[in-house]
Write a protein that binds this ligand. Structure first.
Ligand code: CO8
Length: 373
């Protein structure tokens, strides 16, 4: 198999951010309004009063301190709690396209690539803002890329699955240089009125260039040594939003048409599966866990990452070995591990090895072993 490399990455970070304190103040204002407006029903025992959220809980349970969002005031308005993202005319660039173009331009510049070098665009993300045309085709057009593009969704694992699709396409000869982007507007599908999950997600976009080592001219290249994908069906992270919703009016606007999860079950079931996948993969490749310089892990929960790296290494990982970005970005679904890779690799020397790994709804797990060239 000829060498295939990641030759550039890019990151678009929204300008607006929300601290835990701001988010919790808005949630608690909503709780007060709800409990006041429903005081009689609550007193009669017909409905339960809502409980307040707490910034201390959020940081302790998740490690998250803040998140970037595409619109702050709509989310923080306790009478709205949904980002304000006005529809755009069909002849204007769509919002996911705009984010993707910004991240792609940085990745292309890092990789020394112009539009004419790229012949395939993959948009890999948990949520597409429309059914069709594919976001990838619009992004391809916005960047002036010829060839083809398509969208794919494997929730939080979309990026690692996208990297493997890019690698396979180059290996088989159907593409020579691939732009893979992850425009994640998680705030669009997050229920900011749900105390259990209102703090979890943020918005961002990452981009990755994948190409054959033979064509790469970037000063910084990471060989894709191996990639492994796994899916295991689970309803513990689910969103029933979809085009068939209008076929049953009774369900429109219900809680299950946004992100819902059994967070504890996800934690307990996913961590061992991820650790065992990474350990098995390293073992198959003859790489001792101690030879791995860095674990660029999916950024959902700090304790999850500590548990996974402890299981793989047999000891606590240092912050340098398993860097955290979720404190600042929260969970950005598929983009999280790519942000960690983008921000935490400048110290890599030739021959050093890292693991890029994602996990989430599906369940889905993707792990990519990278070696600096
Ligand atoms: N403030 C104060 N107290 C709270 C709050 C809050 N905000 N929320 C819950 N509590 C209370 C609970 O009521 C509970 O009280 P009690 O003990 O009296 O019952 C107590 O705090 C503990 O609650 P939990 O057991 O729920 O708390 P955990 O310690 O388990 O932490 C987490 C909750 C942070 C959710 C944790 O379980 C976790 O991170 N689990 C893993 C989740 C995960 O990784 N999910 C992956 C989803 S991402 C994905 O796959 C992509 C999907 C597509 C993206 C879509 C974009 C929207």
């Amino acid at each position: 198999m000829s060498d295939i490399v990641i030759s550039g990455t890019g990151l678009f970070t929204p300008t607006e951010s929300i601290s835990n304190e701001e988010l919790v103040a808005s949630f608690n204002a909503y709780v007060e309004i709800f409990n006041t407006e429903n005081a009689d029903a609550i007193a009669a025992g017909d409905i339960a009063p809502l409980q307040p959220s707490s910034a201390e809980f959020v940081e302790k349970a998740s490690g998250i301190k803040s998140r970037y969002v595409m619109n702050k005031d709509g989310i923080l308005d306790p009478r709205r709690m949904v980002p304000r993202l006005p529809e755009r005319p069909n002849d204007a660039q769509s919002i996911q396209c705009e984010m993707a173009v910004a991240a792609a331009q940085e990745a292309m510049s890092q990789a020394n690539k112009t539009a004419s070098d790229i012949d395939m665009v993959i948009v890999a993300a948990s949520n597409m803002q429309r059914a069709y045309p594919a976001m990838a085709v619009e992004i391809q057009d916005a960047l002036g890329i010829e060839g083809f593009g398509f969208d794919m969704n494997v929730a939080c694992s979309s990026a690692t699955f996208g990297i493997q699709q890019a690698r396979d396409a180059i290996q088989s000869g159907s593409a020579s240089c691939v732009l893979m982007v992850n425009p994640e507007i998680c705030s669009g599908h997050l229920n900011f009125r749900d105390r259990d999950s209102h703090f979890i997600f943020g918005d961002v976009c990452t981009a990755v260039i994948v190409e054959a080592a033979a064509t790469a001219t970037s000063g910084e290249q990471y060989q894709i040594v191996d990639s492994k994908l796994q899916t295991i069906y689970s309803n513990n992270i689910r969103n029933n939003f979809g085009f068939l919703n209008r076929g049953d009016e009774s369900g429109v606007g219900e809680r299950d048409k946004l992100f819902v999860q059994e967070g504890r079950k996800v934690f307990k079931e996913v961590c061992p599966a991820v650790a065992s996948q990474i350990s098995g993969q390293l073992d198959k490749l003859g790489i001792a866990p101690g030879q791995v310089k860095r674990f660029w892990l999916h950024q959902a929960n700090l304790s999850m990452n500590q548990l996974i790296s402890r299981r793989v290494l047999g000891r606590e990982a240092t912050e340098a070995e398993a860097p955290t970005i979720l404190d600042e970005y929260a969970n950005t679904s598929s983009a999280g591990s790519v942000i960690a890779f983008h921000k935490h690799r400048a110290d890599f020397k030739s021959g050093e090895i890292g693991v890029l790994c994602s996990f989430g709804a599906g369940y889905s797990i993707g792990s990519v072993i990278l070696r600096k060239i």
